[in-house]
Design a protein around this ligand. Structure first.
Ligand SMILES: [Zn+2]
Length: 188
């Protein structure tokens, strides 16, 4: 009896550790801290846009997998800006492997298509996430205009950090909204 129980206990322990360290994928399409540091290296700075890309990319990938999408996944994004790097890192669809195309339409919208059975999902930011992204950008501009050691600047930078922390770790449903398409022709 004990022998049967033991593996479960060990497994539960591992799960608890993973959750505490916030380093496991818990089925919520949540990027890990490791992914975020990889993204920071790749992208060259921390910003709301690249975090958005990671959230959109991972949420879309997991949603498409859950929907039974088969074959190679290809991504299309509608704005050439910071989120593109987050998508490349989180969804694994890169410009170099020809799995990513970008169209300039000024829309933060990702369409991920499964080439095998033409299933597709569209991922967009929620209103809350979008507003916080804009806010972090405004605060950043204000902070840069102040001397580096000004208490007001330190306060603004802390506020920006808080926004990034939320964008990174909030439940996927609060950051990303997903729409499923029966076919790949989600957009022209
Ligand atoms: Zn950026």
């Amino acid at each position: 009896m004990n022998i049967k129980i033991l593996p479960c206990v060990a497994f539960a322990g591992v799960m608890a550790l993973a959750v505490m360290g916030n380093s496991s994928y818990a089925g919520d399409a949540m990027p890990t801290p490791a992914l975020y540091s990889q993204l920071e290296t790749f992208h060259g700075h921390v910003c709301a846009g690249s975090i958005f890309g990671a959230r959109l990319g991972l949420a879309a990938k997991e949603a498409l997998k859950e929907a039974g999408g088969t074959g190679k996944f290809t991504a299309r994004y509608y704005d050439l800006s910071c989120p593109v790097d987050g998508i490349q890192v989180a969804a694994g669809t890169t410009y170099g492997n020809k799995a990513l195309t970008v169209q300039e339409r000024d829309e933060h919208r990702l369409v991920l298509t499964a080439t095998g059975n033409k299933r597709a999902v569209e991922a967009r930011l929620t209103k809350k996430a979008e507003e916080l992204g804009l806010k972090s950008r405004d605060l950043g501009k204000k902070a840069k205009a102040l001397p580096a050691d000004a208490p007001e600047r330190v306060k603004l930078e802390r506020e920006i950090e808080d926004i990034y922390a939320w964008l990174k770790t909030a439940p996927t449903g609060e950051v990303v909204s997903i729409t499923h398409f029966p076919s790949s022709k989600g957009s022209k």
